[in-house]
Design a binder for this molecule. Structure first.
Ligand code: 2P0
Length: 319
């Protein structure tokens, strides 16, 4: 039996990936910059040596996700591989805009490569994860991560490690149910129908440059300003699609107002929102406690989770 396990954490994009240059190759239209989290995790175990692929997520068979997992395993271990029993567990809600596919596919490629004895380098694992889910390529790397588009595909690097600028992230969970429109379909609809899509793509390089410079200088105010702007622009692209894609709820807006209140009171915090109603609030450590308390008492917030920045996907031993 060839068996291995890996753990990966989700990442939160500060300059977002929204749109595909090549749908078949799952190549993003633009680069992106993210932070890898620490205390939210997905653990994946891959066991080659069964007849047919089988996927168990948090103890329950997940047949809907199986074809995507099968394709990813084929890309890592080759089509001639044995069938695999894949088990996955996460300590946070999945499929609700919390980057669960990022941590899942990042952990999957590491576990599958190890179980099959492939010996892939990190850059190759990142490329394979990105083919399964664009954002997953970033969860192979530590701390502040940039995914750049090159003529050869993607190039992913760490801009600053988690200890070099130890920010905190509060996730305000407003809805635990899965979302109505998946990210992949939503991106394609935006590219086909939103009049704002092309200008989003055209302006992405300047946002990436601004975020990269803010990270290099540890300039929290500048990083927050560009991240909020980039997030609101991404959602504007979605609102302009036909039919429109609106992931926000009343609670999402209430959380944004809470963040504005914290900023007005002098706290170093900013928000970002992905393809779902949850609000992620990035803070300097001294503002984390106030941010967590304010978000926890915001109407519609079901729970909050807090995380430092963490490291990329790696092998683990799971009992
Ligand atoms: C991101 N998101 O940069 C953006 C911002 C959501 C909003 O990447 O189709 O699951 O699997 O490549 O990576 C979510 O999309 O999309 C995402 P696919 P993915 O984090």
């Amino acid at each position: 039996m060839m068996q291995a396990s890996a753990q990966a954490q989700p990442n939160i994009a500060l300059v977002k990936y929204w749109g595909k240059r090549d749908v078949a190759a799952n190549l993003p239209a633009t680069g992106s910059i993210s932070i890898t989290l620490d205390s939210l995790w997905t653990r994946m175990s891959v066991n080659f040596g069964v007849a047919d692929d089988l996927l168990i997520v948090n103890g329950v068979p997940a047949d809907e996700m199986l074809p995507r997992v099968t394709r990813c395993l084929d890309s890592v271990a080759g089509k001639g591989r044995a069938g695999a029993r894949v088990t996955s567990a996460s300590n946070f809600p999945i499929a609700a805009g919390l980057a669960s596919s990022a941590s899942a596919f990042a952990a999957l490629v590491v576990a599958a490569s190890d179980a099959a004895g492939c010996g892939h380098e990190r850059a190759e694992l990142s490329r394979l994860a990105g083919r399964a889910s664009g954002s997953a390529a970033r969860s192979l790397f530590d701390g502040f991560v940039e995914l750049a588009i090159t003529s050869a595909g993607i190039d992913v690097t760490t801009l600053a490690g988690p200890a070099e600028w130890p920010l905190q992230v509060i996730v305000a969970v407003t809805e635990e149910a899965g979302k109505a429109v998946g990210s992949g379909d939503a991106m394609i609809r935006c590219a086909q129908t939103s009049p704002f899509y092309q200008s989003w793509v055209d302006r992405q390089d300047e946002d990436l440059a601004a975020a990269r410079a803010a990270i290099a200088r540890r300039d929290f105010a500048k990083l927050g300003a560009i991240a909020e702007h980039n997030c609101l622009k991404m959602h504007s692209v979605m609102w302009g699609a036909r039919p429109p894609i609106v992931y926000w709820t009343k609670a999402t807006l209430a959380c944004m107002e809470t963040v504005r209140g914290l900023q007005d009171a002098g706290h170093a915090v900013f928000f970002t929102i992905d393809a779902g109603p949850q609000v992620k609030v990035v803070c300097l450590p001294e503002s984390a406690e106030a941010a967590q308390a304010a978000l926890a008492s915001t109407e519609g917030v079901r729970k909050t989770m807090q995380s430092a920045l963490g490291i990329g996907a790696r092998k683990v031993t799971v009992d």
